[in-house]
Design a protein around this ligand. Structure first.
Ligand SMILES: NC(=O)c1ccc[n+]([C@@H]2O[C@H](COP(=O)([O-])OP(=O)(O)OC[C@H]3O[C@@H](n4cnc5c(N)ncnc54)[C@H](OP(=O)(O)O)[C@@H]3O)[C@@H](O)[C@H]2O)c1
Length: 330
């Protein structure tokens, strides 16, 4: 294996800097499976990591990128053979160990998933952690009794990576979906993904009573803060809220009233570390619900490693939409 390029994040004092540099496989974090990377994608967490605007990496230097898909080059794990197409999302990549923004990744076997049938390596990274997380919200909410008869699903941060997949997946699973967005020109994009209604965040009256009029059968929350608090006050009895993100804040200021008077459930979604059974169940559901045209609808841009930093800045300024893929293969 010859040397390859990696987007490696360094810390000098308080300064964090992502640099494009050459590496050898022996320099990567240890693991049983070496993957010749073909594709990755940029998630909110990657944007925080490569710009240094969030404390994502536990040590430095480290290759960024929480997702990767590619071909097994070597494997000491009997479940994987050279030449097989595989993907990894989360599992500490780009946070606790070298991640996917590189020509190769070396990872533990438990993190590796065989590419689902009918999906390409590029499709898998169009989904990436964003789509996987939206899929996990769907699976967990349905395990807890979510059903289209309960009413529409509210998705906030709807034009983001997670939001876009949440709109498409819940709509494919038979739910009416209300998409909440701060982007005034995004209505066509969201309706095309399956939103039955699009609401501009600026027009929202959130109220402040412990229980407001109930509006939603369930919700997918990418924002945290005020938006999540409002959702707890407005979900119908026995509805579920998948708590995914913190794009707007980490606080949650609510009361116990929605939980004890409406039976509302707040379900934590952790896409990084979950049981292998749940991980495989989510990929199976994604394989069942998604079709080849979904990726073209949601992938808005493609870049090489040299373009990751610029996209990260745009993402944190709320200027991106859907998913940006990172080309790693030849
Ligand atoms: N729990 C998990 O395992 C997990 C996994 C993946 C992601 N996440 C989290 O989920 C969130 C979304 O991730 P992503 O990759 O989809 O990011 P993204 O593509 O940047 O999408 C985030 C969206 O949220 C909205 N938004 C961003 N900043 C905001 C602000 N300050 N106030 C209000 N709305 C804001 C924007 O949507 P509009 O312009 O349409 O309103 C934006 O497109 C992030 O917080 C991320 O850390 C968690």
């Amino acid at each position: 294996m010859s040397s390859f390029k990696a987007l490696r994040v360094h810390q000098d004092g308080k300064q964090v800097e992502a640099r494009l540099e050459s590496m050898d496989v022996e320099q990567l974090a240890e693991g049983a499976v070496v993957i010749r990377a073909q594709w990755s994608g940029i998630n909110f967490k990657d944007a925080l990591a490569v710009t240094g605007k969030g404390k994502i990496m536990r040590s430095f230097p480290m290759n960024a990128g929480i997702d990767v898909s590619g071909v097994v080059e070597t494997s000491e794990d009997p479940r994987f053979k050279p030449g097989q197409e595989v993907l990894v999302t989360g599992c500490g990549l780009g946070e606790e160990r070298d991640g996917g923004f590189a020509g190769y990744a070396r990872v533990p076997g438990d993190a590796v998933v065989h590419l689902p049938e009918g999906m390409s390596l590029r499709d898998a990274m169009a989904i990436g952690t964003a789509g996987f997380t939206a899929g996990m919200a769907l699976v967990r909410m349905e395990q807890n009794g979510q059903h289209p008869d309960l009413g529409p699903i509210l998705v906030n941060g709807a034009t983001g990576g997670v939001g876009s997949f949440a709109v498409r997946l819940f709509s494919r699973a038979g739910y009416p979906v209300t998409a909440l967005t701060g982007k005034q020109d995004a209505a066509d994009y969201l309706r095309n993904l399956g939103a039955t209604e699009v609401v501009d965040t600026a027009t929202l009256e959130m109220g402040s009573r412990p229980l407001e009029k109930s509006l939603w059968g369930g919700a997918v929350d990418n924002l945290g803060g005020e938006s999540l608090a409002w959702l707890t006050r407005t979900v119908h009895p026995w509805g579920n809220i998948g708590a995914i993100g913190l794009a707007a804040g980490i606080e949650l200021n609510t009361t116990v009233m929605p939980f004890i008077l409406r039976g509302v459930s707040l379900l934590g979604i952790n896409s990084v570390h979950c049981s292998r059974d749940l991980r495989l169940a989510v990929w199976r559901r994604l394989g069942e619900l998604l079709r080849s045209e979904d990726y073209a609808d949601i992938v808005q841009a493609e870049t090489g490693l040299e373009g990751v930093r610029e996209t990260a800045e745009q993402m944190l300024s709320r200027k991106t939409r859907g998913r940006t893929l990172v080309r790693l293969g030849d």
